[in-house]
Design a protein around this ligand. Structure first.
Ligand SMILES: [Zn+2]
Length: 268
């Protein structure tokens, strides 16, 4: 590499640097990670046209937003393209979820994804967060409801470094929130009060919330508990106001995983 080019300050615009210089650079594997398009300035110079925000910044801000959304690692491969709808209820749920991403923020209500274990509810909820983040809505958050309750309880502990408000503030603030597995925690008075507090705050602030639940509205057997049994009649009715209920049915994905071929979705 010619000496004068190797020492160019990274912030200078150098529109006429030959492109092959990038490819000729030896791959030692331990070079500093400086973007070859913008040299870390964040602005890419486009020859004869000017400057534009470099795509490395876009990727970085996407991965920052995804990190901030706190999607658990076990769902990192969940996205719309990896969702497999095996029956019309799952296909319909897919359409609602992807439609929400497409139409947001011009939508009135969130979604309540309802169905038995392993039908793909959380997969769709995570896909919504990722899709919105890709569209540039950077203030999304995922919380498993039981985990959230535990964090709040832990904050009451004397040696805790945090407070209930510190745990709850991000839940209130998130532009779009996924609350996974609502109704799964044993419905004590405290659990119901806490749940009501969170749901009503987001409702009053007109913030979009996506819920998933393993509990259904109908009782299939005498001993079955419904979502209303778990969260109470008032909260169930609040969820009707806040969300469109989308029911999914089917086999547990995790059990059928190796036995089925995904439906092709390229005609969409
Ligand atoms: Zn760059």
């Amino acid at each position: 590499m010619p000496q004068e080019k190797a020492t160019i300050h990274p912030l200078f615009a150098v529109p006429d640097l030959p492109e092959r210089e990038f490819y000729d650079a030896p791959e030692t594997g331990d070079e500093p990670e400086v973007c070859p398009l913008c040299y870390g300035s964040g602005m890419e110079i486009v020859k004869g046209k000017g400057a534009r925000p470099c795509k490395c910044r876009k990727e970085k801000s996407y991965s920052n937003s995804i990190e901030k959304a706190k999607i658990p690692k076990r769902y990192e491969n969940c996205h719309f393209h990896s969702y497999r709808s095996l029956n019309p209820t799952q296909e319909r749920a897919f359409r609602f979820a992807s439609g929400l991403v497409r139409d947001y923020p011009a939508i009135e209500r969130g979604l309540l994804l309802m169905g038995t274990v392993g039908v793909g509810k959380t997969h769709l909820a995570v896909s919504i967060l990722k899709g919105l983040t890709e569209r540039g809505f950077s203030h999304c958050l995922f919380y498993e409801f039981g985990g959230l309750l535990k964090s709040i309880q832990d904050s009451y502990n004397n040696v805790s470094q945090t407070s209930e408000m510190k745990v709850l503030q991000p839940i209130y603030d998130a532009e779009v929130l996924v609350l996974d597995e609502i109704g799964a925690s044993k419905p004590t008075d405290w659990v119901r009060d806490t749940m009501a507090n969170i749901i009503n705050t987001r409702y009053n602030d007109k913030k979009l919330t996506i819920f998933t639940t393993n509990y259904l509205d109908d009782r299939r057997a005498e001993k079955d508990e419904t979502l209303e049994d778990r969260i109470g009649v008032r909260l169930r009715s609040r969820l009707f106001e806040m969300c469109k209920t989308v029911s999914l049915s089917g086999e547990d994905f995790r059990r059928t995983f190796d036995q089925v071929t995904p439906i092709k979705r390229n005609q969409r």
